[in-house]
Design a protein around this ligand. Structure first.
Ligand code: GLN
Ligand code: ZN
Length: 761
């Protein structure tokens, strides 16, 4: 009999109960026991969903108050010195302090660094290792959760999940190269051994050990470390399922299939070719868990096709075949049933975590009891998949024609940068070190309330627009007072830089409850790109021209770029990403040209998420970067020489993609640098980046007001790398998460710094 399970379920709760409880707890409105009771209700609900779907295993330990990597650090006792170092049992205070830091200036309160979980939009907290890092089991969380689950299911059905030792080390950071992460293995393995045995003592049969780094390009020492680690851990008393996901095993195939463990999980969605190959390599005595229900997107999976792909394997592996989600369902929203406002036809095509869990159960029944046992379900699945393929909602001939007619000429500016910049300098007449901001100003409670009132129908469009205009004029007035050179309208009217455009473009739907955890209590609601994309009318021109009418200084038009809209949405899976991206690019291009026509001279196109779309394997980078850069060029480069194009990227790792960044040919790029102390400019200098750069001097993620002296030093450092007449002065990113009390002194200081520098350099 094949068995069924999922790799993990979202933990935010159907209605983001965890978010709300966490935020109340942090504000000290509720105590821990109340937070914990919300958490345990969510866990109980998640177990029930898996039970209702009749899965063979119930996954436990996938719940987290903040992040699963932080939970692993807590479990292994990896607590940096600045939080007081190791504790016998980590306290809730320490746990949240590691996640969030503590308000107040000074390095000692720094939260742990946060970074993207593989190529997803989920962020984890980076473990910190030093040469003297010791490991010691320091948290009961997973054991408590197992006991909690055992109250409603038999112990053998409970499958705890942990992050494996190699992936855990890989994700962490060390300082000053004083220790190599692999050196820590010899201390870490015994603790994992102890952990596995303790898990065995709870009565569970299997443990899911996530080792997703097995889908990456691994250095040889790491491959060897896999062998040595698991040859020691094989003696633990519990069965081990090593879970890989997000891509295929490729050159790690032999390594993974030969590890001395009892089972392996592979992602058969992101790599549709690997199932048969892995099945050929894996001993039939081992469990093969096949991830067939996509854990990262929201389309109904084609169950008939999934079953067909299992035909051979099911026969071969018999009892040792498991069926699962491709990865944890963490990356999908909780329950489609809550959606009442989605177009009925589109809703039929979708499946969120709850529905996906049922799909896994259904596949199990089809394999074990025969297709006839679930005939109606399979037939209705077939009908929906067909209806989506043939739907008129998806295909738009005009869009197809426009994409087919994209020419090389459309991708390039009329003149090279050197000529353009001369014309632009004359047009805008900006001082040395021009100052600007990245786009958003504080999203105040009033703005949020107005948006809510408007959405709920409590205020009219006219009233709403009036309120937004008031916010815009306030932002303009403040920038005039600060003395900023290039102004922005402040983005008050935007709930989110992607959703705002998603709501206005045809071919994109927006859900009401389709929240997905981004980090901690922060959730995002990615738009759903279901069909060909078209812009029915202008999206930003009215707001921007209004803002421009309030000032004589140049007003930047603000747009989100095609690659970012694509990477931060749920994307259709029936055509290549590059094609969808080109469609978005054409829509944004029209907006760019309309802004230009309306007299807006400077247009910023944010590509905050360009880097995170990079495939996990380096061999696939070039293809991605080529079409991603092309899409940007299509959207940006149709303007006249005198129009200045800015782009913004909020990360600091450019070293390996600089040629692509340069190929975008934006006149000005603003980037994040303040936290990395301008170090990344090294790469720009070495590459001889030709266009203008605004290296962020103000870390907007922190409530700390930057001092002139610090910003001055940063820019002085920057001019060692980049000629001074190509440098702009701006914050790291948008200011929407800050409040005006912080923004006013910060931007005032920033402008003052620019004038000090103009006088002394
Ligand atoms: N223009 C956006 C803002 O200022 C950019 C945000 C981002 O890069 N994430 O908020
Ligand atoms: Zn940014």
């Amino acid at each position: 009999m094949a068995k069924t399970h999922i790799l993990g379920f979202p933990r935010i709760g159907k209605n983001r109960e965890l978010k709300k409880a966490l935020e109340s707890y942090w504000k000290q409105e509720i105590d821990f026991s109340s937070l914990n009771s919300t958490a345990s209700e969510i866990r109980r609900e998640n177990i029930k969903t898996q039970q209702d779907a009749e899965l063979d295993f119930i996954t436990v330990g996938d719940f987290s108050f903040y992040d699963q990597v932080l939970d692993m650090s807590a479990l292994l006792g990896v607590i940096p010195e600045r939080f007081g170092g190791a504790e016998n049992t980590i306290s809730t205070e320490t746990y949240f302090r590691m996640a969030r830091g503590r308000a107040g200036p000074g390095d000692d309160f720094r939260a742990c660094e946060m970074t993207k979980w593989f190529d997803t939009n989920y962020h984890y907290l980076v473990p910190e290792f030093e040469a003297n890092t010791d490991f010691k089991l320091s948290s009961n969380k997973i054991f408590d959760e197992i006991e909690e689950a055992k109250k409603v299911v038999d112990a053998e059905k409970v499958k705890p999940v942990i992050i494996g030792p190699l992936t855990y080390l890989w994700l962490g950071k060390t300082f000053n190269n004083e220790v190599s992460k692999l050196d820590l293995l010899k201390k870490l393995i015994p603790i994992y051994g102890e952990l596995l045995n303790k898990l065995a003592d709870t009565g569970v049969d299997w443990v899911q050990i996530d080792e997703p780094i097995l889908v990456l390009d691994l250095p040889i020492e790491w491959k060897q470390a896999f062998e040595s680690t698991y040859s020691i851990l094989q003696h633990s008393k519990v069965k081990k399922l090593i879970a890989t996901y997000f891509a295929g095993l490729e050159d790690n195939l032999n390594l993974a299939t030969n590890l001395p463990i009892e089972g392996i999980h592979i992602d058969a969605v992101s790599d549709t070719n690997q199932l048969d190959v892995v099945a050929d390599h894996l001993s039939l005595h081992k469990v093969l868990s096949v991830g067939l229900i996509e854990g990262r997107n929201i389309w109904k999976d084609d169950l008939n096709q999934a079953l067909k792909s299992l035909d051979n394997v099911a026969e071969k592996f018999q009892d040792n075949l498991w069926v699962s989600s491709s990865c944890s369902l963490l990356h999908t929203p909780v329950d489609l049933d809550l959606e009442n406002n989605l177009d009925k036809e589109i809703k039929k095509w979708l499946s969120f975590a709850t529905q996906k869990t049922y799909s896994v159960g259904l596949l199990g029944k089809a394999i074990n009891n025969g297709i006839d046992a679930v005939k109606t379900d399979l037939e209705s699945n077939y009908t929906t998949i067909q209806s989506r393929n043939n739907s008129e909602l998806i295909n738009n001939k005009d869009v197809a024609n426009k994409v087919a007619n994209i020419s090389e000429k459309m991708k390039n500016r009329a003149s090279p940068f050197i000529q353009r910049i001369a014309i632009q300098k004359e047009r805008f007449n900006l001082p040395l070190f021009p100052t600007t901001t990245i786009g958003s100003f504080p999203q105040t409670d009033e703005i949020r309330k107005a948006r809510r009132d408007f959405k709920n129908g409590n205020i009219s469009t006219t009233e709403y627009n009036k309120k937004m205009k008031k916010e815009i004029s306030y932002a303009v007035k403040m920038q005039e007072e600060y003395g900023v050179d290039v102004l922005v309208h402040g983005e008050a009217e935007r709930n989110d830089m992607v959703e705002y455009f998603g709501e206005q473009l045809n071919g994109i739907a927006v859900s009401d409850f389709g929240w997905v955890q981004s980090y901690g209590s922060r959730c995002v609601k990615p738009p759903i790109i279901y069909g060909d994309i078209e812009r029915p009318k202008t999206m930003t021109v009215d707001w921007i021209t209004y803002a421009q009418s309030l000032t004589k200084k140049p007003m930047k038009g603000m747009l989100t770029g095609p690659v970012t809209i694509l990477n931060w949405s749920f994307v259709r899976n029936d055509q290549p990403l590059s094609e969808t991206c080109d469609q978005i690019a054409l829509a944004i291009r029209d907006e760019v040209l309309d802004l230009e026509k309306a007299g807006i001279g400077i247009i910023q196109i944010d590509e905050a998420a360009l880097r995170e779309g990079l495939p996990l394997r380096k061999s696939k980078w070039k293809k991605y970067l080529t079409w991603a850069v092309d899409s940007f060029k299509i959207c940006a480069n149709g303007v006249r020489d005198e129009t200045q194009i800015h782009t913004h990227m909020c990360y600091s790792e450019f070293n390996d993609i600089l040629d692509s960044i340069a190929a975008m040919d934006a006149d000005v790029i603003t980037i994040e640098t303040s936290r990395s102390n301008m170090e990344l400019l090294d790469a720009f200098a070495e590459f001889d980046y030709p266009n203008e750069i605004g290296p962020g001097v103000y870390d907007i993620h922190s409530p700390v007001i930057p001092e002139c002296k610090d910003m001055e030093d940063l820019i002085k450092k920057a001019i060692q790398y980049i000629p001074k007449d190509r440098i702009w002065i701006n914050p790291d990113c948008g200011l929407k998460t800050r409040n005006w009390k912080e923004v006013t002194p910060a931007i005032t200081n920033m402008v003052k710094t620019a004038s000090i520098l103009r006088n002394c350099l």
